[in-house]
Structure formats: C-alpha cells, structure tokens
Design a protein around this ligand. Structure first.
Ligand code: PGA
Length: 248
C-alpha cells in the first residue's frame, strides 16, 4: 500500500505573528502539491495568523507542543481544546529540544500523545538518539524504548493515523544529515517495532518521517527510501527551499 508523503515544517522559536503570515503567503504557491500532506508546525502565537494566511491553500497548520491536561492552573501552557479551536490538525510531541531543554520524558510524551488522540489531533511523535548513543551502538534499543512508551495505551485504530519522526539529535540543525542508509535502517526498525505492537496492517499504514538537516538536495533520496514517508524539516522550512523539498 502506498503511503502518502508528509512534508512537515518545524519552525521552532522563529517568526513573529506578522512575519509568520508573510512567510506563509510566500510559501503558498511554492508548496502546491495535491499528492502530499504539507504541514507547517508553528509557534503557538503564530497559529491563528498562519491559519488565516494559509486559507484556501494545501498547507495544514500544526503546533509544536501541547499540554496533557484539559484546562486549569497550568500557567503558560496550551491545551488541546485551544489548539482544536484555532484549527490545528497536527502537533509535534517529544521533540528532542523539548526533551533536552524542557525536561520532557517518554512518560509525558505518552500522556500528550493520548490527549492529542482524544481531541482528534494527529501527533507527530519524535524520537532520536544522541551521537554518544549511536557510537555506543544502542540506537535501535533506545528508539524502540522511546516508541514503545510513547504508544502505551494507544489503540491500533489511533496508531495507524499517527506520524513518527525519527530525528537523530546529532543531525538536527548541524547541517549533518544522516545518510539515507542510516535513516532507512532506523525507520525500518521503527516500523518493525510498530508491527510487533500492533501487527502488520498498522505498521504498513503508519507514516514515519526522517528529520535532521533535510534540505532541497537531500530530500529526494531520503523520501524515496522504502520506510521513509517524508520529512520533518526545521531550518529549510523557513525558506522558499521548503517548496523545493515538497516538489523535489
Ligand atoms: P533541522 O531541524 O532541519 O533544522 O535540522 C529538524 C527538526 O528539529 O525538526
């Protein structure tokens, strides 16, 4: 079964609301493509102007994070209902920067994944090893653990709609893309792990992305790999280059 390619951008902490609207307008004609899912995950404060600027285009707007409680005394957090009301369809969860700088754990990622599904938001669940872990030879074990905990309590029907992003930490923002063989190897291992958890049907449907210094030059080979269904793109999603990645 052919899986639909996902080209997802992760803007991180870039673009003010007015800059976001202007950048989306610039990207709209460049990312036109009816055969792929084009998603831009933007800072929370940019979501509403981004939605407005993307109206009538094929760009879907996502968030970069979300809290796992419904509402209440959680100063500074954004709830799933707030995202849904603003028109958000996707949310990045467990990005390595959130794990490193904001103390996110596999357990909090799991709570957020369950909450996202409860509210009909598609999670883009991130996993990835550090350079040290890769050199120690524990990459696959580490990723399997991240994936298994993220999916605790997730039903098969939910799991097949999820998106997983494999992002080796050493490749993020470094200009050092993993080789296609390295990326394919880990994405295949993730699919195998999903197969063990949910069976072949789900593992063939779930989409697995590669992220880490994806650019217009590397996207085609990466996205052509049998177990890579697209990319999560940071730096290059803030530039017209994102159009070249979508339409490589
Ligand atoms: P990068 O970021 O493309 O700038 O390396 C990817 C990510 O962190 O999602």
């Amino acid at each position: 079964m052919a899986r639909r390619i996902v080209a997802a951008g992760n803007w991180k902490m870039n673009e003010t609301p007015s800059e976001a609207a202007a950048l989306i307008k610039e990207l709209v004609p460049l990312v036109k493509n009816d055969e792929e899912d084009v998603i831009l995950c933007v800072p929370a404060i940019d979501i509403i102007p981004a939605k407005e600027a993307a109206k009538g285009s094929n760009i879907h707007i996502g968030a970069e994070n979300m809290y796992f409680e419904e509402k209440g005394a959680y100063t500074g957090e954004i709830s799933p209902a707030m995202l849904v009301d603003a028109g958000v369809e996707y949310v990045i969860l467990g990005h390595s920067e959130r794990r490193t700088y904001f103390a996110e754990t596999n357990e909090t990622v799991n709570k957020k994944v369950l909450k996202a599904f409860e509210h009909g938001i598609t999670p883009i669940i991130c996993c990835g090893e550090s350079l040290e872990q890769r050199e120690q030879g524990i990459t696959i074990d580490w990723i399997r653990q991240q994936v298994k905990i993220a999916f605790l309590g997730v039903t098969a029907d939910q799991a097949k709609t999820a998106i997983i992003a494999y992002e080796p930490i050493w490749a993020i923002g470094t200009g050092k893309t993993a080789t296609t063989a390295q990326a394919q190897e880990v994405c295949a291992a993730i699919r195998e792990c999903i197969k063990e958890l949910y069976g072949e049907g789900v593992s063939e449907e779930i989409r697995i992305l590669y992220g880490g210094s994806v650019n217009a030059k590397t996207a085609k080979d990466l996205f052509d790999q049998p177990d890579i269904d697209g990319g999560l793109v940071g730096g290059a999603s803030l530039k017209p280059e994102f159009g070249q990645i979508v339409n490589r």
